[in-house]
Each structure stands twice: as structure tokens, then as C-alpha cells.
Design a protein around this ligand. Sequence first.
Ligand SMILES: [Zn+2]
Length: 235
Amino acid sequence: MRASGIPCWLSDLDWVIQHLPGCSLSLPPLPIISEESILALIKSITAETNSRLQTEIDYSNRLALLQHRLEPQKTGPNKLITRTLRHYLTHVYKSHHRLSLTRLLCGDMVPITFHSSPARIHSLNLDENHSKRCRACLSPLQPESPQHVLLQCTANAAITTLRNEFLVDVAVFIPLPTTRTFTNVESLYYLKAFIFNWSTVRRVARFIHEVVVIWKAFTHQELDGSYDESSNEND
Ligand SMILES: [Zn+2]
């Protein structure tokens, strides 16, 4: 049927392969289809798909937390792996903590929850000032990035208290500056370090979730004046 140009499952499969994003492959011609040629095709599709995904991650500002990610291994040094079952999906047991961390990593909290992407580690220019500056400290050129709210901003007392407790907790596993204060560059570095460490990922997932709950309540109050720190979000 395929040789005659009649639609069939084999031609459907060929269409799907040819339309994979960034993929330039297709099924081999019928005369040379074999177990070996199909295994080689699967290997090529895997390599091209991984390359395409990695390129998209590397060039997306919203995915800055995933850039240069090294996956923790049970033994040996961390490795760059484009697709795998991520450690935070198996090590963070509470679903709402896991969901908050996953949303943050996948860029789902920018620009609604946090106005600036994690890639914003430099001061804002004047044109960006009103749309992207931190709504809590109102520092004129300070981007409201996730890492700023989580690790730098001291304008919200509840978040600052949570942060201090969290940093005491994780300092056992990751050496921290004695001042426990971070520059823009350092806050991105340490947030990634906390997430991509098997010993701290559960703690940082809980911290992120609790800060996001407080932050959403605070920014909601900015809109309608009804800030309530006790409000909760169990997605
Ligand atoms: Zn701030």
C-alpha cells in the first residue's frame, strides 16, 4: 500500500517522523527496511530530538534555570542529559512542592508570578523599570526575577524569615557566603545549586512553594489591597 501511495499505518508513521520538530529524517525506502535500518533511524531521531530540545533550552531566557543543568548521578560526577526522569520528580514527595518547583524550572511563573525571567541578572534599563522592577523593594533597576525574590529581596518580612531558616538548613550541604547575602549573579548560581543537589532539592522545593504562596498573596494585595499572609495554595 505504501509503495502504491495508498494511505496506511506505514505512511502515517513516515509523515509523523518527517514532521517531528527539527527532524530531517524519514522512513527508509521499503526495499531497505530492516531491523538494523530501523534501529539506526530510532538512534538518529533520538539524537536530533535531543539536540533540538537542548538548543531551545539554551536560547530561552525563561529557561535560564535549566541552562547548563547537570543531572545528579547516584555515583560519580553530575552529567548533562537532555531527557531523563529528573531527580526532583522522584525526590520531592509532596506534590504541591514538586509542582511549584517544576513550574519555576519550566518558565511557567514568568511573567505572571515574577515579572522578570531568571536570566535577568543585570540592572534594568529605564525603559524596563516599571514593568520588570521588583514590586516589593521597588529598587529602581532591580529585576523582579525568581532568584531575587527567593534569595535577595528583604522587603517582605515573611519571605525573609523563611529564607533565613532555609539557608541555615541547606548550609550543612552547600557552603554559603558568611554574610548569607547574594549578588544577582550569585543568587542565580545558588538557586540552581540548591535545586540540582539531591540533598537539598526537597528542602528548596518546599521553600520555593512557600515563598510563591506568600509572593502571590503580596502581589495580589498590590492589585486589590487584600494581602493575607496566611492564604495557602495547595495545587
Ligand atoms: Zn525586591
